[in-house]
Write a protein that binds this ligand. Structure first.
Ligand code: SAM
Ligand code: SF4
Length: 477
């Protein structure tokens, strides 16, 4: 059954299926061209940069024009049924390109690889290569194999692959913000989630390589990095040389110390794992952004238990209180699932009331979509009718819209330090950037000569639900 989906994940939703091109035009000519489109979470977009780096060293250059590509890749997502359907549709379009240009190879990368390998390769004959998220180093060999007409597959999941030594090619970057992957996989078994099956066990990347990548980015003019992982708070790496255990709090500190001029963000935190230490580290360093994405999923303890989230409503509320107490003014956002198995109207109202309590600035909101192989698919019946899921989701979205507007209204008259990321999408007369607490801020370019990558203080004088609007002012004393 097709699942209708409403999500206000505007910035991310707009990137779905984005074709990648490198930040700088390559000086030398590559022997062949690859085209790569990415779907799903930020981790996939970041993985595409690792793939690009591996392909570059093999003499392949990125192109944004699928017609001129010798290799076409789709970095795929399995998180909801809708994501898989979108990818299938794209694959049939690519089959047409293949027919007009024989010799073009099509590959599926990422989360759908493991789940659908035989279907995509043998039954539907849509693709030449299927490569799982831990097998990108074998891409060159797989391409060679596919060039001989064989079907090339590697979907093995690894216990230690972190691509620590691969320096990602920054694709479609604004030259200011970059993602740095710090861990892969997930050991949490949230009952609705397919990630532990498609991306494997949790493993943390060498802290030195993370700091080195950050230093390199800063030296090349980047001003903001986001540490990425499915559950960054369970980052754990042992520095054997110094007999030191590096927790996420310690890693955050190391990265923050690269430069006070470099902003540090991170995503995503599982509420059960974000420690008081992490909160104090965020509070201590001005350049660690005061923003936490803390996905609640549901506001009802019984549903949370069925979801295997390992916290209760009350525990989550205490965590929100703790964040607000340790980091005043901290931005908080969430992920919410409507219509999980057995959810009653009362359970749904618990979600709404917890949203009100948490005063989220932003939420990513979804229908429950049963994923084959997950604990929920095996144990529970997907028993909430689609219209009910849809109506509950709409109520959640409407509430979040109000909360986002109220949150922005609370910022009227305040002054924030903004890192300029780009020109505003709506007008080349305006700059767009974000505050530490992750609000999008737009302000006119007139009367100052700030440029992209500068920090500037902006006084907020109006707002919409998604944006704060203001004017550049002198740094407050
Ligand atoms: N690791 C992150 C966490 O625990 O918050 C998020 C990973 S997942 C890529 C992003 C979001 O997708 C989840 O937080 C959840 O809200 C949503 N999601 C995951 N599985 C889903 C499903 N089967 N149906 C609907 N939404 C789902
Ligand atoms: Fe999925 Fe839960 Fe892991 Fe997030 S923490 S990736 S929702 S299993």
């Amino acid at each position: 059954m097709e699942m209708l989906e409403i999500a206000t994940k505007k910035h991310d939703e707009s990137r779905q299926g984005e074709a990648y091109a490198p930040l700088n035009i390559e000086a030398h000519i590559y022997k062949k061209r690859f085209y790569i489109e990415s779907y799903g979470c930020q981790m996939n977009f970041s993985d595409s940069e690792i793939v690009a780096s591996i392909l570059n060293t093999e003499g392949f250059g990125a192109t944004r024009n699928v017609e001129e590509a010798d290799l076409i890749f789709l970095n795929t997502c399995s998180i909801r049924e809708k994501a898989e359907q979108t990818v299938r549709k794209r694959l049939t379009e690519f089959r047409r390109i293949k027919q007009t240009k024989p010799g073009t190879l099509v590959g599926v990368l990422g989360c759908m690889a493991e789940r659908l390998k035989s279907k995509l390769l043998e039954e539907e004959k849509l693709v030449d290569m299927v490569v799982g998220p831990d097998a990108y180093r074998s891409l060159p060999a797989l391409i060679e194999e596919a060039e001989t007409g064989q079907k090339a597959v590697n979907v093995l999941l690894s216990r230690d692959e972190t691509y620590a030594d691969i320096s990602p090619v920054r694709l479609n970057s604004n030259g200011i913000s970059a993602y740095v992957s710090i861990m892969r996989g997930c050991n949490n078994m949230c009952s609705f989630c397919v990630v532990p099956f498609t991306r494997g066990r949790e493993r943390s990347r060498d802290a030195y390589s993370i700091v080195a990548e950050t230093e390199d980015l800063y030296s090349r003019g980047f001003k903001e990095i986001t540490l990425l992982g499915q559950n960054v708070d369970s980052y754990y790496w042992i520095d054997e040389a110094n007999d030191e255990t590096i927790t996420f709090a310690k890693l955050l500190e190391k990265v923050a110390l690269v430069s006070p001029q470099l902003r540090v963000r991170f995503s995503t935190s599982h509420p059960k794992d974000i420690t008081e230490d992490v909160l104090h580290t965020i509070a201590k360093y001005a350049n660690i952004c005061k923003y936490i994405h803390l996905p609640v999923q549901s506001g009802n303890t019984r549903i949370l238990q069925l979801m295997n989230r390992t916290y209760t409503r009350e525990w989550y509320i205490a965590k929100i209180d703790q964040i607000r107490q340790i980091i005043p003014g901290c931005g908080i956002s969430s992920d919410i699932i409507a219509g999980f198995c057995t959810e009653t109207e009362e359970d749904h109202r618990d979600t709404l009331s917890l949203m009100e309590y948490s005063r989220y600035d932003l939420s990513y909101m979804y229908f429950y979509s049963e994923r084959p192989g997950t604990l929920a698919a095996r144990r529970y019946t997907d028993d909430i009718p689609e219209e009910t899921k849809k109506r509950r989701l709409q109520e959640i979205v409407a509430l979040q819209n109000r909360l986002s507007l109220e949150s922005n209204q609370r910022d009227l008259g305040k002054t924030f330090e903004v890192l300029i990321e780009n020109e505003s999408k709506k007008s080349d007369q305006d700059w767009m950037g974000r505050s530490s607490h992750n609000k999008v801020i737009v302000f006119p370019k007139v009367n100052h000569d700030y440029i992209k990558g500068d920090y500037v203080w902006v006084k907020i004088n109006s707002c919409t639900q998604g944006t704060l609007l203001g004017t550049a002012v002198a740094k407050p004393h």
